[in-house]
Design a protein around this ligand. Structure first.
Ligand SMILES: Cc1cc2nc3c(=O)[nH]c(=O)nc-3n(C[C@H](O)[C@H](O)[C@H](O)COP(=O)(O)OP(=O)(O)OC[C@H]3O[C@@H](n4cnc5c(N)ncnc54)[C@H](O)[C@@H]3O)c2cc1C
Length: 501
């Protein structure tokens, strides 16, 4: 069989989710001279919003900030359901002619940088066989978790359980929960989404949690946004609402960091008001950590509280002793009867799409690199990744990252330089975790991720306004980013020998 020819593109984008489709649009608009291809491992685009199919799947941040900077979110619901978000991504790809650039079923397995040609060789697996591409710039838009499997801890006795055990990442299309007793294990965004939705038709839904999370209710529709839509052109209204939500989110986060007790009391006061004086808010809705030490859980229009008040759902805070034939035995001795157990126990985080990387033959260990501006990695040339905020919507940072990558590409075109490498200088140390979150799913995997430093450009600010200033208006040639052109290995060796003599 003839080996398949290696195709070359200026830019390879890995992943056709919210970030990858956005990256393609930014690239087309801002660096139209660059050719590109999008390699997607699955058979469809949309990423998260195509993968997750559990009942009620929705955003837990508002679509005015989760939407792209270039495409107004027009629907009334600011907290949107998964299919509407998927339709928004699909529409973006269709109306911008991105679809023909996407290659489905291309799972990227490795990428090798060669300084002599200033190019990556990207190897994707297609139907079990390797297919190779070369590119000058590699843009990883592969998300942050493993698509292969969600996180499910081992529960003693799970083989004894006679009902069905389901993980939200692998929801069976034909699962009928109506009239059934359901236990949802977990207290995160997925659990608080699933519980009120399943409670609409289930016999009863119990949310079983080891420890509580902060839960905040917000109207699904934003009256101010709707008013603006009626008064202004769609883009103007969208921009104003986007900034309103950015600023309110930043204010709330700042208050949570500077006056945690006050914010904690405000959140708990709202929960008490919704659930009434007899409800045990201290046990079920009062976390031991401060607000924003972990992501807050947003519920639209009080749906979780309404389900609890109506008796269709309840919360149990306890530890699991073991699964039994008919449900779950808790450490307290209580048993929860169940026909269906949902393990909403989280994701397995994954670094850069689980691919292997090497620079001039040396394997890259991302945990030994420093994150540059939250998107590139010390010592790794011509590679960026899209990673959103932990304290605000993903796309706010994804948009800034894409625009910055285009500035970088345009700078290289203008200066005739082919390679850009973030390089640590003396004093650029860093041993802080990349993600400053105490959540279990972060703590399980954070050691695999790059570190961050104490100051720019190696520090992650998790602050949109600051990033906007730095990434949109800051210098591309900032001293830490080293621009160069390929040097042949023979010449390099000769120079090194001369220097050593
Ligand atoms: C249930 C759920 C709800 C969420 N809700 C919100 C929210 O409300 N607000 C918010 O800000 N964030 C939310 N997030 C985070 C969310 O993932 C991001 O908002 C956003 O969807 C990420 O988009 P992405 O394109 O970067 O990554 P993804 O959506 O994960 O897409 C990555 C794409 O890359 C592909 N890919 C991965 N590895 C490879 C490879 N090696 N080769 C080829 N292709 C590859 C995948 O198949 C996928 O299509 C949520 C996450 C989950 C799981």
């Amino acid at each position: 069989m003839l080996a398949q020819e290696t195709e070359h593109f200026d830019v390879v984008i890995v992943g056709a989710g919210l970030s990858g489709v956005g990256a393609a649009k930014h690239l087309q608009d801002r660096s139209p001279d660059r050719t590109y291809v999008v390699l997607e491992g699955r058979a469809a685009k949309g990423g998260t919003w195509d993968l997750f199919r559990y009942p009620g799947i929705r955003s837990d941040s508002d679509m005015y900030t989760l939407g792209y900077v270039f495409k107004p979110w027009k629907a009334a619901k600011a907290i949107a359901d998964g299919p509407s978000i998927l339709a928004y991504v699909n529409e973006t790809a269709a109306e911008n002619g991105i679809d023909p650039h996407i290659r489905y079923g291309h799972m990227v397995k490795r990428a090798d940088w060669d300084s002599e040609t200033a190019a990556w060789t990207v190897t994707a697996e297609v139907d079990g066989a390797p297919v190779r591409f070369t590119c000058n710039f590699l843009f990883m838009c592969s998300g942050y978790y493993s698509y292969a499997s969600g996180y499910r801890p081992e529960f003693a006795g799970s083989a004894d359980f006679k009902g069905q055990i389901v993980h939200p990442q692998h929801w069976p299309a034909d699962l009928d929960h109506s009239g059934k007793k359901v236990v949802v294990i977990g207290s995160g965004a997925t659990a608080v989404t699933l519980v009120p939705e399943m409670a609409k038709t289930a016999a009863h839904v119990t949310m079983l949690q080891r420890s509580p999370t902060y839960v905040v209710s917000r109207p699904a529709e934003d009256p101010a946004a709707e008013w603006l839509k009626a008064k202004f052109k769609p883009m103007t209204a969208y921009r104003i609402t986007r900034w309103k939500n950015v600023l309110l989110g930043m204010l709330f986060f700042r208050m949570a960091r500077t006056r945690p007790e006050k914010v904690k009391e405000q959140i708990l006061g709202m929960v008490r008001e919704k659930l009434g004086p007899d409800y045990d808010v201290a046990t079920h809705f009062t976390p031991t950590y401060n607000p924003w030490d972990q992501r807050l859980c947003l519920v639209p229009d009080n749906d979780l509280f309404d389900a609890i008040n109506g008796g269709a759902a309840s919360v149990v805070t306890d530890h699991i002793e073991r699964f039994t034939e008919t449900g779950i035995l808790l450490k307290s001795g209580q048993t929860l009867e169940a026909d269906i157990i949902v393990t909403a126990t989280g994701l397995n985080l994954e670094v850069l799409g689980g691919a292997e990387f090497a620079v001039d033959g040396a394997p890259v260990k991302f945990s030994e690199t420093l994150s540059y501006k939250g998107m590139m990695y010390s010592g790794v040339p011509n590679l960026a990744s899209s990673f959103g905020y932990t304290n605000a919507s993903w796309t706010l940072k994804a948009d800034l990252t894409c625009a910055y990558v285009c500035r970088l590409l345009n700078h290289m075109t203008r200066t005739g330089l082919a390679q850009c490498t973030p390089v640590r200088r003396p004093g650029d140390e860093g041993d802080q975790d990349w993600l400053d979150f105490s959540s279990g799913y972060v703590q399980r995997s954070v050691h695999l991720f790059p570190k961050q430093g104490a100051k720019a450009p190696w520090k992650q600010h998790q602050n949109y306004a600051l990033d906007l200033m730095t990434l949109k208006f800051g210098k591309v040639d900032d001293g830490a980013m080293v621009f160069s052109n390929p040097v042949s290995k023979v010449r390099k060796a000769a120079v090194e020998k001369k220097l050593a003599a």
